[in-house]
Ligand binder design. Sequence first.
Ligand code: BEZ
Length: 255
Amino acid sequence: MQTIFIGLYAHVKQIKIEIMEEQLEQVISMPRIGDAAPEFKAVTTQGDINFPADYKGSWVILFSHPADFTPVCTSEFMTFATMEEKFNNANCKLVGLSIDGLYSHIAWLRTIKEKIEYKGMKDVEVNFPLIEDITMNVAKKYGMIQPNEDTTKAVRAVFFIDPKGIIRTIIYYPLSLGRNFDELYRVIIALQAADEFGVATPADWYPGDDVIIGPAGSCGTAKDRMEDGDIDCKDWFFCTKKLDKATVLGRVLKK
Ligand code: BEZ
């Protein structure tokens, strides 16, 4: 009898440890570049979504903001909504999230449309989905809660997810700092240019600027490159080539 109790006790203790480990893992989970985007189902201002399955074949920017009815977030939503078509033309969909309920989201988005005028933007309708995450289920999976910044508000996280559901870039901003949406657009174009043309993009690259070709894998290749008129080698390991803007945008943007 005593052996059964000891066995049962050990079993229960093991289960408790596993649950605590799972909770801890959920709290500190931080997806990384190259990981499959964590899956979730959620309620949004545009209906239910099953992520990332519903977005297969498209790039997605999944981003969090600290709270509805706050000024920095309002300026960000107005900017993102105004630029949405530009992102959509680059085969990129937008999905927002905050730790607020659906009715708060709806009321905030209505207020933005009906009352807020900012930097020439007015009557702005937010048509992309905004996830309600009052349970913090998604925010925890994506490391959007950074407790030393705030325990109940998500930081300004931005995940760029490719058409196969792989995380390709992550950017985090603190609560006080509004994002640069031109930079987010530059990232989505640069990621696609890198995939389409098998190149890398140097500092401050914009479409039309020279691109970087991968390091030479052999002494022979290195020598050939130094002598190739179309390739500009600063040294054997640092070679660029021209890639004109129309070619890049012709491949990345919708025709
Ligand atoms: C804002 O969006 O204005 C904001 C949100 C949380 C903390 C600070 C600013």
